[in-house]
Design a protein around this ligand. Structure first.
Ligand SMILES: Cc1cc2nc3c(=O)[nH]c(=O)nc-3n(C[C@H](O)[C@H](O)[C@H](O)COP(=O)(O)OP(=O)(O)OC[C@H]3O[C@@H](n4cnc5c(N)ncnc54)[C@H](O)[C@@H]3O)c2cc1C
Length: 345
């Protein structure tokens, strides 16, 4: 338990008490944090051009601190390890989560599904305003004439028209529906083809035992990278999601293998849980789960305003300054809506 302290003191004290690292490493880590916080020395301009690994080594972070602390944190908060992500991504997320307001370091583990928590209430609210939502309706072409969008063509051949268009699709799907001449002519769109995504693999386990939950456990040097546990439906048993990111090689393993590996991680995180009864399991493979925050990515993420006045681009992968998360998607959507309102004034 940490004493109640404002940020960044709670991070500093938490690290000082963290028994997973030798004292010398803890001290170096604190020194690196304090210097980043105070800007001494000032952060180099080229942080987005270098990997976090290079920068941490330069900041005298030992191999052990990089593997046992920075990599698990980077995987959990940004999605990839420190050899993949840019130093800029690590510094901005770490500062925001752990060195600013105390509430930014809080973790929320929802007991509801994303559908019940966000999508259903949102759909109900939109319905009350008279909006129409069309599910399972794919756009196949963005029609553009001269300097404006004139419609979106749907798979069934119909065309929808509007005053303003917000395209909030994954970047690959967005570039796929652009006319070829638009994609080749405008650097705004062309640079999107240089973005890449990282894979995620999740094994959901439902067991009959009530374990201590909710709980988040980050792993270092193991097959999976973290697990999140929460009470099961109607508070019976426990549901555990065991996640690995940036490891496409795991996708080839059979579901049976992956479930066995996930159960190993569960036993590691909850010693003594080997005898639990598995009620249900599900393996979810997402080859393109989220934007890879590698060096050079920051400048490729687009601002909402496209070269066409009535077309705005949204999505968690756009230039929000955050990794590709729900929060980033919400910020992006809000910015697009605000820009349209400002245009209408
Ligand atoms: C396994 C996994 C776990 C995650 N866990 C978390 C988490 O714990 N916390 C968190 O904050 N974030 C998490 N995320 C990230 C979060 O899901 C995303 O940040 C968020 O969904 C992004 O929202 P979005 O609206 O930008 O994009 P999306 O949710 O990808 O929505 C884009 C939509 O566009 C639709 N679409 C695609 N092509 C077309 C087309 N041609 N025509 C019409 N529609 C189209 C898609 O079907 C999709 O519904 C996780 C992601 C994954 C994959």
């Amino acid at each position: 338990m940490q004493p109640w302290l404002p940020a960044p003191l709670q991070t500093v004290i938490g690290l000082l008490l963290f028994g997973g690292l030798p004292l010398r490493d803890r001290w170096q880590l604190l020194d690196a944090i304090e210097r980043s916080w105070e800007g001494d020395p000032a952060l180099p301009q080229n942080l987005d051009q270098r990997t976090a690994e290079e920068w941490l080594a330069e900041r005298k972070q030992s191999e052990r601190a990089r593997a046992d602390v920075w990599t698990p944190l980077a995987r959990f908060l940004i999605g990839d390890d420190v050899t993949t992500i840019s130093a800029a991504a690590l510094v901005s997320v770490f500062t925001r989560c752990l060195l600013t307001a105390r509430r930014h370091a809080r973790l929320a583990v929802p007991t509801d599904t994303l559908h019940d928590l966000l999508l259903s209430p949102l759909a109900a609210r939109l319905a009350r305003t008279g909006a129409t939502i069309r599910f399972n309706t794919a756009t196949v072409l963005l029609q553009i004439e001269n300097d404006r969008v004139t419609g979106v063509r749907l798979r069934d051949g119909t065309t929808l028209t509007a005053d303003y268009y917000i395209m909030a699709l994954p970047h690959r799907q967005l570039t796929a529906i652009l006319p070829e001449r638009v994609l080749t002519h405008y650097s705004y769109f062309q640079q999107l083809t240089q973005l890449s995504d990282s894979p995620a693999l999740t094994v959901h386990l439902r067991i009959d035992t009530a374990l201590q939950a909710p709980r988040v456990v980050l792993f270092a040097r193991r097959t999976f990278h973290w697990l999140v546990s929460r009470p099961g439906p109607r508070r019976s048993g426990t549901v555990i999601s065991v996640v690995a990111t940036g490891k496409p090689e795991l996708f080839e393993r059979t579901d049976q293998d992956l479930i066995a590996l996930a159960l190993d991680e569960l036993a590691y995180a909850y010693p003594g849980s080997e005898a639990i009864k598995l009620l249900d399991s599900q393996v979810v493979r997402e080859p393109r789960a989220f934007l890879t925050m590698s060096p050079g990515t920051r400048v490729l993420r687009p601002l909402p305003q496209s070269p066409f006045r009535n077309l705005l681009i949204g999505g968690d992968w756009t230039d929000t300054g955050l990794p590709a998360t729900l929060e980033s998607a919400i910020i992006s959507g809000t910015r697009c809506a605000e820009m349209i309102l400002a245009k209408k004034e």
